[in-house]
Design a protein around this ligand. Structure first.
Ligand code: TYM
Length: 336
């Protein structure tokens, strides 16, 4: 009988904060869907991470459920992948505590996301959660003996920290964890803001013209793209350093039709900005339409979404507990 080959394990997550935008969709979610064919995938809605900033309790639960619908609408298949809410598998918070006791203030202080998110704030108003957030992320990943973590470029440093903590603990406690590798797709790993193309498209951006929401109506998408900042150089070329606004639109274009931004640029070489924007807007509208329809259908079936989560949490728990127990045991806890 042929030997069954174990697929490499994938873990990744998205914070259910703000609205999901095209950066998350192209930089992460879409790659997750593709990786399902070749990997054993665990995809989490990381709700514990989301409360590192204040959430309105009245709409938080609804948003978490809607993120599950977004995962499914994008093509994550609950029959082959595990989909669950982080807070429903308590091993995440438990392992995070054990990792906390092996992580250093110095390394967490160096995280650029922490610095960006707390810029200009005094120590008295910076929550411990936002500081500690990469350790919880490390726990998410290490619990499942993950081989590969598909993320956008902004998470690379967190992955490096995860690897450092894993190696540190492996040296102390006899190879507890698989040391994971990041998977950062070559295209759209950093989709930029439409109005300020020097910064990334972000869920927490207060200016909605910077962000294309995956659930935006067609006319809103067209308007936002029409307003996107370009430059006055004649002709279209892909030069991210000197023409970041144009490069960003070419990146989105290329990602949506599986081409490199350079190929798209060559096609529009002699065109004006308006032609590129018009075609891009229609492409975004067309590519998001089936996804949006599936999302709205899924949102009418709350019972189904809850069932997916129930089964996902059950499966995740079964996979997480052995790692957690091994960590407790090897650290010398009295394990029942
Ligand atoms: P989050 O929720 O900020 O973003 C989710 C995923 O989307 C990617 N992303 C982008 N990619 C390209 N362009 C952009 N503008 C853009 N914005 C976001 C992110 O890189 C990410 O892959 N800490 C994580 C969530 C997390 C996690 C984990 C990820 C928690 N535990 C374990 C992987 C594994 C975060 O805040 O991502």
């Amino acid at each position: 009988m042929a030997e069954q080959v174990q697929k490499p394990i994938i873990f990744s997550g998205i914070q259910p904060s703000g609205q999901m935008h095209l950066g998350v969709f192209l930089g992460a979610l879409r790659n997750w869907v593709r990786l399902q064919e070749t990997h054993d995938c665990i995809y989490c809605v990381v709700d514990l991470h989301a409360v590192t900033v204040r959430q309105d309790p009245a709409d938080f639960a609804a948003r978490c459920l809607s993120f599950v619908a977004l995962y499914l609408a994008a093509g994550i298949d609950p029959r082959t992948s595990t989909i669950f809410l982080q807070s429903q598998v308590s091993a995440h918070a438990e392992l995070a505590w054990l990792l906390n006791c092996h992580a250093y203030m110095g390394e967490l202080s160096r995280m650029t996301q922490f610095k960006e998110k707390t810029e200009g704030k005094g120590e008295k108003s910076i929550g411990v959660g936002i500081f500690d957030y990469p350790v919880l992320m490390a726990a998410d990943i290490l619990l499942y003996q993950t081989n590969l973590v598909p993320v956008g470029a902004d998470q690379k440093q967190h992955l490096e920290l995860t690897r450092d903590i894993a190696v540190r603990m492996n040296n102390l406690y006899a190879d507890l964890f698989v040391v994971p590798e990041p998977y950062i797709a070559p295209v759209a790993a950093r989709v930029m803001s439409l109005q300020e193309p020097a910064k990334k498209m972000s869920k927490s951006d207060a200016n909605m013209n910077n962000v294309i929401g995956v659930l935006d109506e067609p006319d809103i998408i067209r308007r936002k793209i029409r307003k996107a900042v370009m430059d006055s150089t004649v002709g279209i070329t892909y030069e991210p350093e000197t023409r970041p606004g144009v490069a960003n639109l070419l990146t989105i274009f290329g990602a949506l039709c599986d081409e490199t931004p350079q190929t798209v640029a060559a096609r529009y070489e002699n065109s004006g900005n308006a032609a590129l924007k018009n075609d891009l807007a229609e492409l975004v509208v067309e590519k998001l339409a089936p996804f949006q329809t599936r999302y709205h259908d899924l949102m009418t079936d709350r019972a189904y979404l809850l069932d997916v989560l129930h089964q996902g949490a059950e499966a995740a728990r079964q996979r997480a507990v052995p790692t957690l127990r091994a960590a407790y045991t090897r650290m010398g806890f009295l394990v029942p």
